[in-house]
Design a protein around this ligand. Structure first.
Ligand SMILES: NC(=O)c1ccc[n+]([C@@H]2O[C@H](COP(=O)([O-])OP(=O)(O)OC[C@H]3O[C@@H](n4cnc5c(N)ncnc54)[C@H](O)[C@@H]3O)[C@@H](O)[C@H]2O)c1
Length: 368
C-alpha cells in the first residue's frame, strides 16, 4: 500500500518534531504539505523538510484530495475547529495535546470524526517512549506484582512561545501543558481504568509577572481498583527538560529517567550546539541527549497512526483518551480552586477554560 500522505498545520516547535519523526520512519507515511499563517513560515518549513506544498491558510491545504491525515500542531485553542474542519472533508486527524480547551469541544471533535468516518488520534507520545513502553511491558508481565502507584513528572523552565503563557489561548498553565502527559500516562499504564477522584495543588511560584497560569502543579488521581497516579509538573525548573516515571507494585518497582538517563554526562568549558530541550547553557556539566525524538516515541507514534489509517493497527491513543485527560484536567483545576478532592465523573459544562475552575472557586463550586 502507498504511504499515508500527511498535511501538517503549524510550522514551529511541534511541527518540526512531527516532520522529522515521519522522516525517521518513512516506510508508512510522508509529509506532503504544511500550512501556517505567518508570512514565509510555511515556505521556510517546507524547504527545511523537503515538503512539496505549503499554504498560509490551513483550509486551503484541506482542499488537497491527496492529503489523507492531518497533524495539528497549532495552539490549543485552535485544535477543535481545525479537527472539525479536517473531518468535514474526510481527513483523518492527529491532534497534539491537550485535545482542546473545553469538554464541549472534546465532544464536538469526537462527534465530527465519528460522523465523517475518520480517525481522531490523540498524540500522546509517552505511550510510545521506548523506556516507558518497556516499563509497561514488565508491569503487564507481572514483574512488579499488583501495581498500586504510578508517578510521572515533566518539568522545565517554561514554554518557548508566548501563547502558552496566555491562559486565554492555552486554557491553563503547567498542569494543562505538561500534566496532560502524566494523566494520560498513569491511566494508560494501569490499563485505562475508570478515574474515581482527583486532588490537585497548584501555585504560581516564579512566573507571576508573565502568566495567570499555574507554574507548579501536583495532582493525585485515584483509579478504580485502588491504584494511585501522581503527576508532578513545573515551569520553574532551569537546566533543561526533565521527564521521569516511577512504578511501584507489591513485588517490585522500576524507575525511568527518559532524558538524563539516556544522556552523556558531559563537561565543557566552551560549550557546544545543543544539549536538551530548554537547556539554557551547554557550558559546565550538562546532559546532552541523543536520539531525542526517538526516546520520546514521536517517530513510533506517527508510524502507528499511519498504520491505523491503513487499517493495520487500532489507535492506542484516540479522541476518547484525550477526552478522559480533559476531564481530569478540569477536575484538577476545580480541586485546586476548592481545596478538596473532586469525585468523578466531573463534566463542568459552560466554562470557557479549565483554569477558570482554579482562578474562580465559585465557578468550580457551581459545577459540583
Ligand atoms: N507532544 C508534545 O510533547 C508536544 C510538544 C510541544 C507542543 N505540543 C503541542 O503542540 C501544539 C503546538 O505547540 P508548539 O510548541 O509547536 O507551538 P509553537 O508556538 O512553536 O507553534 C505553533 C504553530 O501554530 C501556528 N498557528 C497559529 N495559528 C494558526 C492558524 N490559525 N492556522 C495554522 N497554524 C497556526 C503558528 O504559526 C506556529 O507555527 C500545542 O497544542 C502544544 O501543546 C506537544
Amino acid at each position: 500500500m502507498s504511504k499515508v500522505k500527511i498535511g501538517i498545520i503549524g510550522s514551529r516547535f511541534q511541527a518540526d518534531c512531527i516532520a522529522a519523526s515521519v522522516r525517521m520512519m518513512p516506510d508508512e507515511a510522508e509529509v506532503v504539505a504544511v500550512a501556517s499563517p505567518s508570512a514565509g513560515n510555511a515556505q521556510a518549513f517546507a524547504e527545511r523538510h523537503g515538503i512539496p506544498a505549503f499554504y498560509a491558510d490551513y483550509r486551503e491545504m484541506l482542499k488537497d484530495p491527496a492529503i489523507e491525515m492531518v497533524s495539528i500542531t497549532a495552539p490549543n485553542r485552535l485544535h477543535a475547529q481545525m479537527t472539525i474542519d479536517a473531518a468535514a472533508v474526510g481527513k483523518h486527524v492527529v491532534c497534539e495535546k491537550p485535545l482542546c480547551v473545553t469538554l464541549e469541544e472534546a465532544d464536538e471533535m469526537l462527534a465530527a470524526c465519528s460522523k465523517a468516518g475518520v480517525l481522531l488520534m490523540y498524540a500522546e507520545e509517552l505511550f510510545f517512549a521506548p523506556k516507558y513502553v518497556k516499563a509497561k511491558q514488565m508491569a503487564d508481565e507481572g514483574a512488579f506484582g499488583r501495581v498500586h502507584l504510578v508517578k510521572q513528572s515533566e518539568k522545565h523552565s517554561g514554554p518557548h512561545s508566548d501563547w502558552f503563557w496566555d491562559v486565554n489561548q492555552s486554557g491553563g498553565g503547567a498542569l494543562m501543558d505538561l500534566g496532560c502527559h502524566g494523566i494520560a500516562f498513569c491511566w494508560w499504564f494501569l490499563g485505562k481504568p475508570k478515574v474515581k477522584s482527583v486532588y490537585a495543588h497548584l501555585s504560581t511560584q516564579v512566573h507571576g509577572n508573565r502568566t495567570k497560569g499555574d507554574d507548579e502543579a501536583l495532582c493525585i488521581i485515584e483509579f478504580e481498583g485502588g491504584a494511585t497516579g501522581v503527576v508532578e509538573n513545573s515551569w520553574t525548573k532551569p537546566g533543561g527538560m526533565d521527564d521521569t516515571i516511577e512504578i511501584f507494585g507489591d513485588k517490585g518497582q522500576t524507575y525511568a529517567d527518559m532524558l538524563m538517563g539516556n544522556a552523556l554526562p558531559t563537561y565543557s568549558e566552551v560549550g557546544f550546539g545543543y544539549a536538551v530541550e530548554k537547556a539554557s547553557t551547554t557550558t559546565g556539566w550538562t546532559w546532552p541527549v541523543f536520539e531525542e525524538h526517538w526516546n520520546y516515541g514521536f517517530p513510533q507514534e506517527m508510524r502507528h497512526f499511519a498504520r491505523c489509517v491503513r487499517g493495520k493497527e487500532t489507535p492506542i491513543s484516540d479522541g476518547e483518551t484525550g477526552r478522559v485527560v480533559q476531564e481530569v484536567l478540569c477536575a484538577a483545576y476545580a480541586s485546586a480552586g476548592l481545596g478538596r478532592k473532586i469525585t468523578m465523573p466531573f463534566r463542568p459544562m459552560g466554562i470557557v477554560k479549565p483554569i477558570d475552575l482554579w482562578l474562580e472557586p465559585e465557578l468550580a463550586a457551581s459545577r459540583l
